[in-house]
Every structure is written in structure tokens, then in C-alpha cells.
Design a protein around this ligand. Structure first.
Ligand code: SAM
Length: 286
């Protein structure tokens, strides 16, 4: 098997197939030989575990995963990459490429069909333009996925892995925290990609909680509150929630007071438990 991190090998492959990168599809391929083995080692793949990959590119991470996993299924939107992948992954009989858009495919049906009852993890160098929708889809669809190990922009990694209540936190932090424990595994320089993007990256791991972090009767209404609190970041939580959800300001202020929280608190200072308490205190208003 050829070394898919070797620039000369990659360039020869791309030229042979007349392939040109699509910026719109977030195509930045890994060319640092150390990154994929680390991701494969940390994602939890083994002979009993199947891996779902999103966006194989020319298959550099796919090949690494196939060496340790029971089976790898990789979803690729760009059909121009299919003949390249046929060539680069020819040595593996435990890899299947599925052509399609990860945001449109029926993932529960796909996982059931391809992996049956096997343990499943996700490992991917994500197309950055759809990082949040992909992660929320994986978490919200209640797929039988135990861990999600993915490369994302460093700034996004910091936000996703902040603790709710910390300065870096955003609505997505609280939403991810509801489903999973999030951690940054290691940073990756922009020089590790071809073409090199403008920003550095990081590999993060989301490990699904056995039960959600907090109890709520309606997760979508809870997330609406969280998003509303962060919608106007410069404002206090009271003003942002009140303006976004059209709830009288005094009602939101009273609810915060009932939870023992200050009326002037900002959304980023609220923990997941604070949001849960506020959600309960606002009751029917949501
Ligand atoms: N895994 C390869 C690597 O590490 O070198 C490529 C990663 S590249 C950052 C993202 C990949 O996702 C590309 O192959 C791109 O074509 C693919 N992609 C973009 N949008 C997609 C979508 N909606 N569904 C599935 N794959 C997509």
C-alpha cells in the first residue's frame, strides 16, 4: 500500500485522476503521517468495533482505521473521489464507501444495515463548513455510537470542549454537554493539511453519556432556551431570553431569582444545571 501522507504520492494520485480540490466541500486533506495513527488509536476502534467515517477524501484516515477496526463505513459526498478511493483502499476488504451527504442519509438505517449489533464509534476529519450540524445530528439521532473522535477547527474545539459556565462556552457547549463528555485530545497545525487552511485544528472526543447530563421533559424546548440565552451575547441572559422568546423581562428575572441566580448574569456564566433550573422555573412560558 502506498504512503497516503507522502506529498509526492498524493500529487501523483490527484494528477492521474485529474482531481482538483473543492473549497466549498471543505477539502483539506491530511498530509502529516503522525495524525491518522493517533486518531485511530484514540477513537476506540478495535477488532470488535465498527467505525463510521465522514468524508474519507483520498482515504488516508480510512486506511488507518481499517487496520484496527472490524469494519469501516465511510460516507463521501464528492463522487469524483470514488475512483481514487477504489485505488487507495484496494488492499482492505473491511472498508465500504457510501456515496451521499451525511446530512441527508438515514444514519440509523445505515448503521443498522452495515454494522448490525456491533459496537460503533465515529472517527473523521470533518468538512468544517458543517461541523455543528454533523455533530448535533450524530448526538440527537440517538445512534448507538459510543464515542465521536473528530478533527475540527481549533476555535470550534475550544468552544465544544469548554465547560458550561466558562468564558468560551456557547449554546453548542451546553447542547453537546447534555449528550456527551467533550475533551480536546491534541492540536494539529494548519501545515498538516493540503491545501493548508487559514486556521489550526484540534482533535476532540465526545464520549456519549449513558443518560443525558440533566433531566428535562422536552429537550428541544430546553435547547430553545439555551440558544435564546446565547442569541445576544453582549446582553444579559434576561434580556437575551426575553427578547428572543418574547417572554416578559420580569418573568425571566423572577425565574432567575428563584434559581438563586443574579439578574445580571450572562449566558456564558451559566452551567448546564443552571440552565436546567431556569428551564423548570420558566415552566409553561417555553
Ligand atoms: N479524511 C480526509 C483527510 O483527512 O485527508 C479528508 C477530510 S476533508 C477535511 C473533508 C471530506 O468530507 C472531503 O472528502 C469532502 O469531500 C467530504 N464532504 C464534504 N461535505 C460532505 C458531506 N455533506 N457529506 C459527506 N462528505 C462530505
Amino acid at each position: 500500500m502506498e504512503n497516503l501522507s507522502d506529498l509526492r504520492v498524493i500529487e501523483a494520485l490527484l494528477t492521474r485522476h485529474g482531481f482538483h480540490f473543492s473549497k466549498a466541500l471543505g477539502q483539506n486533506f491530511l498530509v502529516d503521517a503522525t495524525v491518522c495513527p493517533r486518531m485511530a488509536a484514540l477513537c476506540g476502534a478495535d477488532r470488535e468495533t465498527c467505525v463510521l467515517e465522514i468524508g474519507p477524501g483520498i482515504g488516508v484516515l480510512t486506511a488507518e482505521l481499517a487496520k484496527t477496526a472490524k469494519k469501516v463505513v465511510s460516507i463521501e459526498l464528492d463522487n469524483r473521489l470514488l475512483p481514487l478511493l477504489e485505488e487507495t483502499l484496494a488492499d482492505f476488504d473491511n472498508v465500504e464507501i457510501v456515496s451521499g451527504d451525511v446530512l441527508k442519509l438515514d444514519l440509523p438505517a445505515l448503521l443498522c444495515e452495515k454494522f448490525g449489533a456491533s459496537r460503533v464509534v465515529v472517527c473523521a476529519n470533518l468538512p468544517y463548513y458543517i461541523t455543528t450540524p454533523i455533530l448535533m445530528r450524530l448526538l440527537e439521532s440517538e445512534l448507538p455510537v459510543q464515542a465521536i473522535t473528530v478533527m475540527v477547527q481549533k476555535e470550534v474545539a475550544d468552544r465544544l470542549c469548554a465547560r458550561p459556565g466558562e468564558k468560551n462556552a456557547g449554546a453548542i457547549t451546553v447542547m453537546v454537554d447534555y449528550y456527551a463528555h467533550a475533551e480536546v485530545l491534541f492540536g494539529v497545525s494548519k501545515a498538516a493539511f493540503l491545501p493548508s487552511p487559514k486556521v489550526d485544528s484540534a482533535v476532540i472526543r465526545l464520549t456519549r453519556r449513558e443518560t443525558p447530563k440533566i433531566e428535562t421533559d422536552n429537550v428541544q424546548a430546553f435547547f430553545r432556551l439555551v440558544k435564546a440565552a446565547f442569541a445576544q451575547r453582549r446582553k444579559t441572559a434576561v434580556n437575551s431570553v426575553s427578547a428572543t422568546l418574547s417572554i416578559p423581562k420580569a418573568q425571566v428575572a423572577n425565574a432567575l431569582k428563584d434559581c438563586g441566580l443574579s439578574e445580571t448574569v450572562r449566558a456564558e456564566a451559566l452551567t448546564s444545571e443552571d440552565f436546567a433550573a431556569l428551564y423548570r422555573a420558566l415552566g409553561g412560558a417555553l
